[in-house]
Design a protein around this ligand. Structure first.
Ligand code: UD1
Length: 334
């Protein structure tokens, strides 16, 4: 199949392009490099030994999308493009709604015009807000607590409405838990701008000597060691989940929602220990107050993805930390 990947130069986008090409599909990428760089695309080409058609620009630019759709025939779209920083979304909600919601609506309009009916959308476990129980099932109440999470939920709802209205439209909404790790080649990985907000990139920058110590937000949670528990998933498992979702879209109707996680919770202290083990570097840390908005535990019930897609995460914590370290130590500046 020939697939348009929006945001294909980003962290999850690059890994998904590799997985799609490896599975025998073709890809065309559109990205505005707002949180990625041209070098990342070149590295995907190096890994896959082929060149990838690329358009630079914003998915919210309807004229650009129409040009892309008129110059290519697509069997489906995987939509990653969007902004994803929780704190920034609180400070700049209008930017988040334009960039994440309005741009997605534009994409759906252009897809309808050009009769492209299959869409895999990048959503997040953040739509569940503070879950009343774990593991989290897809039918749990949805209560995102910030504009970023609400922007993801709004696009989910737009897709559900479109699937009701247009019976040709097929969608799969993938709710990711915490993507970490990097491609085994060490050529592509996560490269956050500025000080990382998320745990794994912060730990890897401490291990490589870019930051002095990790601050652990809270050691008084009702968890096995007092630190927050999350469902970390290897980015290559996540990427393979997208390929399987896309392949599934051709024999399904409507719009389906699936969690992509491992189903296993890992605490901050367990992650620190695993990373120190893989990198043979000390990871100094201090405990601080809980971070506002954080929950004690968040992990998936991933059985729907297994049942519907036949997909299941195959890489465990040792591979996640080893591949992250391989990337970080080989590319200390991203
Ligand atoms: C965060 C976002 C979530 C987003 C996800 C993307 C918030 C509140 N949530 O989730 O919306 O979808 O990233 O991956 O920002 N921690 C530390 N020290 C650090 C950083 C993190 O102790 O410097 C702890 C956190 O308190 C948490 C765990 O590590 O217990 C994971 O944090 P993080 O990687 O930021 O992910 P989430 O908070 O789960």
């Amino acid at each position: 199949m020939n697939i348009l990947v929006t945001g294909g130069a980003g962290y999850i986008g690059t890994h998904t392009c590799v997985a799609l090409l490896k599975a025998g599909h073709q890809v065309v990428v559109v990205d505005d490099f707002s949180n990625s760089c041209p070098e990342a695309m070149q590295r995907v080409e190096t890994i896959c030994q082929q060149s990838i058609p690329f358009y630079q620009g914003d998915v919210g630019d309807k004229a650009l999308l129409e040009k892309i759709f008129s110059e290519n025939h697509f069997d489906g779209v995987i939509h990653f493009a969007g902004a994803k920083a929780v704190g920034e979304s609180v400070a700049k909600p209008l930017y988040y709604y334009r960039n994440n919601v309005t741009a997605s609506q534009t994409l759906l309009e252009v897809m309808a015009t050009f009769d492209v009916s299959s869409l895999v959308f990048s959503s997040s476990a953040t739509v569940y807000g503070d879950p009343h129980a774990v593991p989290i099932l897809e039918d749990f109440p949805l209560a995102p607590t910030n504009p970023y999470g609400r922007s993801k939920l709004m696009v989910e709802q737009i897709m559900q409405d479109q699937a009701q209205a247009d019976k040709r439209f097929n969608g799969i909404i993938l709710r990711y838990f915490n993507p970490v790790g990097a491609h085994e080649s060490g050529l592509i990985g996560e490269d956050p701008n500025g000080i990382p907000n998320n745990l794994m990139p912060f730990i890897s920058q401490v291990a490589v000597g870019k930051r002095a110590q990790l601050t652990i937000f809270g050691n008084d949670y009702p968890t096995r060691d007092g630190t927050g528990v999350r469902d970390y998933i290897h980015v290559c498992d996540l990427a393979e989940g997208h390929v399987q979702a896309l392949e599934k879209l051709h024999d399904q109707q409507g719009c389906h929602v699936l969690n992509l996680g491992t189903g296993n919770g890992v605490s901050v202290l367990e992650m620190v220990a695993a990373y120190a083990d893989a990198s043979h570097q000390p990871i100094p840390y201090v405990f601080a107050e809980r971070r506002p908005g954080d929950v004690a535990q968040c992990y998936a019930d991933a059985s729907q993805a297994k049942q519907i897609l036949g997909w299941q995460a195959t890489r465990g914590l040792p591979e996640m930390v080893a591949d992250s370290w391989h990337w970080q130590s080989g590319n200390p500046n991203g």
